[in-house]
Design a protein around this ligand. Structure first.
Ligand SMILES: C[S@@+](CC[C@H](N)C(=O)[O-])C[C@H]1O[C@@H](n2cnc3c(N)ncnc32)[C@H](O)[C@@H]1O
Length: 268
């Protein structure tokens, strides 16, 4: 396993253990039977009843199990043993049917194929050193005519300074918009709640729009649509303000910068 994967695995195992009871995740509402998918994902993914759906990087399974609740025949994949164990426990507790597979998304088990929909959201691709390989995983898992639905942090957002000395406007650019050089971060906090992490290091990779789309096309996708929006589910920049229960958005007076990227593509 590559060193960066080990670092990220330790980080995500700790995050999975924390997140099940974290204020940033609506586990209690999910346990009460609510659909906790955020509206961008819920509306964007559309009807899933009876569809064979693969959720890449499913974390501890809240979205995966919400899709099961909507009638999908769903499989979640994540490399974190703690995330997968929690997802399986939540499925058992709520009586929902879903499969959970522990695997690196870049080397998935070959039996993951024949899906109608592949889905991933909010902080998935920044952990990938190889965007082309991630898109190949998605394409190989789909039937011909199957659909990729990706709701992500916009590459432009990822380049902005998330810890400015003065959180002023306009935003300032801090990181490369696209790079092959890993971004090694220490003293990382938990985006979903207070407190400090033992596994506080992580390694991210920045993928610009051209790279994301070119990798999708090279993997055999037709791009059906791209949307750039100004709502994301976490406070990605200190200047963002709470929009509603689900999202953070731009403050009044801020220049428009895209915060989210919604990609719809079909395997041809
Ligand atoms: C920010 S979370 C995704 C958010 C998710 N949509 C949710 O429900 O909160 C990123 C996930 O990617 C997973 N991950 C990171 N690198 C991975 C890899 N190489 N293979 C599989 N999963 C990975 C982490 O374990 C984590 O669960």
């Amino acid at each position: 396993m590559a060193n960066y994967t080990k670092t990220n695995l330790a980080y995500w195992n700790e995050m999975a253990r924390r997140h099940v009871d974290s204020p940033g995740y609506r586990t209690a509402a999910f346990r009460r039977g609510e659909n906790i998918l955020d509206p961008i994902v819920r509306d964007g993914i559309g009807k899933v009843r009876g569809k064979k759906l693969l959720h890449l990087q499913c974390h501890f399974g809240l979205d995966t199990l919400s899709l099961a609740r909507m009638g999908a025949d769903v499989t979640g994949l994540d490399f974190s043993k703690d995330a997968i164990a929690t997802a399986r426990a939540l499925a058992k507790e709520t009586g929902l049917t879903a499969k959970f597979v522990r695997a690196n998304v870049l080397t998935p088990p070959p039996e993951l194929k024949g899906f109608d929909i592949v889905f991933a959201s909010w902080g998935a691709i920044c952990w990938m050193h190889d965007m082309a390989s991630w898109m190949r995983t998605a394409a190989k898992a789909l039937k011909r005519g199957g659909r990729l639905f990706l709701a992500e942090a916009h590459p432009y957002l990822m380049s902005l300074d998330d810890h400015p000395r003065e959180p002023a406007l306009p935003f300032s650019v801090r990181y490369d918009y696209d790079s092959d050089v890993p971004l090694k971060l220490a003293n990382q906090g938990d985006y979903a709640g207070p407190g400090s992490l033992k596994a506080h290091r992580n390694v991210m990779f920045l993928h610009g729009m051209a790279k994301i789309l070119n990798c999708a096309i090279a993997a055999g996708f037709r791009i059906d649509g791209i949307e750039e929006g100004c709502h994301i589910p976490w406070q990605g920049l200190q200047q963002l303000i709470k929009a509603d229960e689900d999202y953070w958005t731009l403050p009044p007076g801020a220049p428009f910068v895209p915060l989210s990227l919604i990609l719809n593509a079909t395997k041809i």
